[in-house]
Ligand binder design. Structure first.
Ligand SMILES: C[S@@+](CC[C@H](N)C(=O)[O-])C[C@H]1O[C@@H](n2cnc3c(N)ncnc32)[C@H](O)[C@@H]1O
Length: 277
């Protein structure tokens, strides 16, 4: 994994978070110290010592965002990026067909793997699937907390022989994609956008993970600018993931759609006029 932290942007986070470690080893404690400085968040020597309910904590399983209930002494795991287990592992083992909707939406064909800019990386689930299917991928995430969780998950995946090759195809950047596109206008075959769904229109919002992500990143209000910027970089297509019944992101004509049970992919094809790099 190539990594590029261009900016330690201010977070729009609506919840207060501190950083700690449940591991007693000095490496974990040092990592927590370092992350707290990088994110300008308070450091807590232990969960019990934390002044906030939400804590980014280094555990034996890597970095997690947890909610610590001081009264009960209970820990609720909220966010954790793990490409070696759970749904990510299942997708990597069982969903590696270029005929599956996300691969088709991205423009994969037998013998052709597009280069992809995932400009709304989040927890990297869609992105990791692109890379697992053989695409060279740039993952760009602007929120420093989401970025830290994603970076940690990718580092662990890089150290595992089952996923090392996949991570080698990924470049991870902490930046606002709109700025990235303005500063480094490299062409990609496909630009993929999965902005936060509009509030109240998505049943998926009931999912705890998405609720917490919304609390951290807020609403993505600049999606129109992101779409416009993405179109400048896309050699073949811009793909936008939307809730199934949500209105299109822009008034631009959608070339075609791929419908799923709870979401859809709107595909905007770019006329073939751009020179190959
Ligand atoms: C719905 S989540 C993406 C989920 C992701 N597709 C996945 O599979 O995990 C949206 C993410 O896009 C990020 N985002 C939105 N606009 C962005 C921008 N202009 N630049 C970088 N990241 C952006 C948000 O911070 C948030 O983490």
């Amino acid at each position: 994994m190539k990594k590029d932290i261009q900016k330690n942007s201010d977070s729009d986070t609506l919840i207060h978070i501190s950083v700690s470690s449940t591991e007693q080893c000095s490496t974990s404690k040092e990592k927590a110290h370092w992350l707290s400085r990088r994110l300008s968040l308070a450091y807590a020597a232990s969960l019990e010592a934390s002044v906030t309910e939400y804590v980014l904590v280094y555990t034996k399983d890597g970095l997690q965002l947890v909610r610590y209930n001081r009264k009960k002494g209970s820990i609720q795991r909220l966010l954790h990026v793990d490409f070696l287990a759970g749904k990510n592992r299942y997708r990597r083992k069982n969903d590696l067909s270029i005929h599956q909707p996300l691969a088709k939406a991205a423009g994969m064909k037998p013998g052709f793997r597009p280069t992809i800019l995932d400009a709304t990386a989040g927890l990297g689930k869609d992105g990791f699937l692109f890379a697992s299917l053989g695409c060279q991928l740039t993952l760009c995430e602007r929120n420093p907390i989401l970025f830290a969780l994603l970076e940690d998950g990718l580092l662990r995946a890089q150290n595992d022989p089952c996923t090392r090759d996949i991570v080698e195809r990924i470049r991870l950047i902490q930046e606002d994609s709109i700025l990235l596109i303005k500063q480094k206008p490299t062409l990609y075959d496909t630009v993929y956008l999965d902005p936060m769904y509009p509030q109240r229109t998505s049943s998926a919002l009931n999912k705890q993970e998405l609720r917490v992500i919304r609390q951290i990143v807020g609403d993505d209000r600049d999606v129109a600018d992101l779409f416009a910027a993405g179109k400048q970089l896309a050699r073949h297509r811009v793909v936008v993931k939307r809730p199934r019944l949500a209105p299109p992101l822009t008034e631009e004509k959608i070339s075609y759609q791929i419908q799923m049970t709870s979401c859809r992919y709107d595909i905007y094809l770019i006329p073939p006029q751009r020179p190959v790099d």
